[in-house]
Design a protein around this ligand. Structure first.
Ligand code: PMP
Length: 338
């Protein structure tokens, strides 16, 4: 796990006078950045003897990448894993979870007050924990080992670029990535600004408007107890549509098929670009790959259903493919909110 590739992106911000690198986290064995906290949160308990293979059960609410990471680690160490998901979980993720031997519980109704599924999922986890002796709840929203897992993420970036990182862009969901990267920057006294990429409609950093969200891992509806607002030097809010445009531009200009929150990070880079001094080195931490989003972000029908006719936002003159037009990937003013 870890030691994922760091690749330079030369086209997406071709007009910016700064360099951009992507930390491509899809190359973790479970396919995402969440392999790191999944392993870290369980290894600690396995080493201390609090989790014993064949005896203990791990229970977590996650419908996506952390679930897959935990399913993988539990499978390897012979731990029972119950994963609480909701009806929005994709068939593909459910199939991956079951292939690793996870037991899946699906929450079918959202919380009647907020209309969100997450509070209901957390309630289901608590019920299960009360009925299963010795159950371990990693609790990605409150577990410091989630954030601590990302000390390695930032260390790998720092070592690869020999301390010359001016900006690191992190998607914020549980805020584990953000907190861990920021902690490493502080511990090492680096001159790196940490940029939090939050969703418009998320509860983390004063969102300009409140609205429902479509991109998993991009923002959150419940404030994580792990959350430290001082971890971020800059906060950029990104809409779902901007995230989709970011994904489509990333694949078009860099042939990098990335997940929805990675598109949000690309969009955030575009919004920050006018404020980034020439010669800076920027790193985008891309949480996962696009294969898990073929029915959403990369489906024209899905995009049309949610946002209307917007393909012009990532289209460009085919004759200028190698040199993207002015602002390719960094001019998002045309996009609409929510
Ligand atoms: N993007 C994706 C695709 C994710 O799965 C997650 C984690 N849920 C995030 C972003 C957010 O990362 P973190 O939980 O570390 O804030």
């Amino acid at each position: 796990m870890g030691n994922t590739p760091l690749v330079e992106l030369e086209k997406i911000a071709a007009d910016g006078e700064f360099r951009v690198f992507a930390k491509v986290e899809r190359f973790n064995p479970g396919g995402s950045i969440k392999d790191r906290p999944a392993l870290n949160m369980l290894l600690d308990k396995l080493r201390s003897g609090e989790l014993v293979p064949g005896r203990h059960t791990v229970i977590e609410s996650s419908s996506g990448n952390l679930a897959i990471g935990l399913a993988q680690v539990c499978c390897y160490y012979g731990l029972r894993f119950i994963c609480v998901v909701d009806v929005r979980t994709t068939e593909q993720n459910l199939a991956v979870l079951r292939a690793y031997g996870a037991e899946v519980q699906v929450v079918t109704e959202p919380d009647p007050v907020s209309g969100e599924y997450l509070p209901e999922r957390l309630r289901r986890v608590a019920e299960l924990a009360a009925s299963i002796p010795g159950a371990y709840l990693p609790d990605q929203y409150g577990n410091p080992l989630n954030a601590a897992a990302h000390l390695t993420t930032m260390r790998e970036i720092d070592e690869a670029l020999k301390g010359e990182v001016d900006y690191v862009f992190c998607a914020a969901g549980t805020t584990g990535t953000l907190g861990g990267c920021a902690a490493y920057v502080r511990e090492q006294g680096l001159n790196t600004s940490v940029v939090a990429v939050d969703a418009v409609g998320s509860v983390l950093f004063d969102s300009p408007v409140s609205c429902s969200r479509l991109i998993p891992g991009h923002g959150t509806s419940v404030l994580p107890s792990l959350f430290d607002p001082t971890a971020a030097d800059h906060v950029v809010h990104v809409t779902d549509l901007e995230a989709v445009v970011g994904c489509r531009r990333l694949v078009r200009h860099e042939a990098l098929l990335a997940g929805g929150s990675s598109g949000a990070i690309v969009a955030a880079l575009g919004k920050m670009a006018p404020r980034i001094p020439a010669g800076s080195v920027c790193v985008l931490v891309l949480p996962d790959g696009g294969d898990r989003y073929l029915d959403t972000v990369y489906s024209d029908a899905w995009v049309r259903r949610h946002f209307g006719e917007v393909t012009h936002l990532w289209a460009d003159d085919p004759s200028s493919r190698d040199t993207p037009p002015h602002g390719a990937g960094i001019d998002l003013k045309e996009t609409v909110s929510c």
